[in-house]
Design a protein around this ligand. Sequence first.
Ligand SMILES: Cc1cc2nc3c(=O)[nH]c(=O)nc-3n(C[C@H](O)[C@H](O)[C@H](O)COP(=O)(O)OP(=O)(O)OC[C@H]3O[C@@H](n4cnc5c(N)ncnc54)[C@H](O)[C@@H]3O)c2cc1C
Length: 309
Amino acid sequence: MQQERVIIIGSGPAGLTAALYTGRAMLNPLVIAGMQLGGQISLTGEVENYPGFWSPDHTPTGPELVDVMHKQAEHFGARFVYDEVVEVDFGVRPFRIKTYSAEYLADSVIVTVGASPTKLGVPGEAEYVGRGVSYCGTCDGFFFRNKDVVVVGGGDSALEEGIFLTKFANKVKVIHRRDQLRAGAILQKRAFANEKISFIWDTVVEEIVGNGVVQGVRVKNVKTNEIRQVETDGVFIFIGHDPNNHFLVGQLAMDEEGYVITDEHYRTSVPGVYAAGEIQDPHFRQISTSVGQGAGAAIELEKWLAGQE
Ligand SMILES: Cc1cc2nc3c(=O)[nH]c(=O)nc-3n(C[C@H](O)[C@H](O)[C@H](O)COP(=O)(O)OP(=O)(O)OC[C@H]3O[C@@H](n4cnc5c(N)ncnc54)[C@H](O)[C@@H]3O)c2cc1C
């Protein structure tokens, strides 16, 4: 069985940054990239809010950023395998990591497997991601200047992002399946006071429709069963996030929503296992913050390994 000094699980912005830092620290890291090299940014059209790559003539795409980060990490010694972790044993060192096709031993691990926005699971959703369907107002709001959008959800994220979207959009309609919001009182007050925001209550989205780009949502009133179409240019879905934690359950301490608990040094409940990016951060969910956390975890891991040796 292959034994590694550092294994990084996941290859989103946090994982690629951890790979770069541990590579430059001569730790010869192995990255188990998962099924999506680059993580969520590989799905992203234009990225305008990650500093350093933008110019007036060119806004980088998500895949372009991934390509640069990947090459940079490889250049400094990171090795990549394109496989997915299915099981880990963090009970004893060296840690055991099992993928679909191999098993590894590792002196130390950085977990960067991210979280996935909870999907509505309706027809048209997957088809129109990046063409009107979005899970990130901060990222994509700018593309909806002077357009109409709907926001699906009734919690803090839905209202925060809905309020943010009013900077760009003409109208923001919040579609919520209940007749009351779950969001905090202050956010509710702000949203109700915002002239651009209106609410469609007791309503669920049944289908996202369009013609190459989103044109509307077919919705159903859960009290009256009335079905109608709401015309819109964009559909922003904020019904939660699901941390990609299935193989970590019982191995690392998690909060009640399943996010890995870390301290300010990105240490998990198991010494030698670090976590960075959205798997441990339900709050910021940005490329730049995930990159920073990946760097932090790698720096801390390097110190920890040096202390062991
Ligand atoms: C459509 C969209 C647009 C966005 N646009 C922007 C934007 O413009 N600006 C911005 O700042 N942020 C944007 N974001 C958010 C940003 O992409 C995320 O905050 C960031 O990618 C999180 O990084 P991460 O490394 O923590 O995890 P992720 O990017 O989620 O990466 C997780 C990685 O873990 C891997 N993985 C998962 N499970 C396993 C497993 N079992 N074994 C091995 N590997 C595994 C995956 O293959 C992936 O490589 C956007 C998100 C989306 C969905």
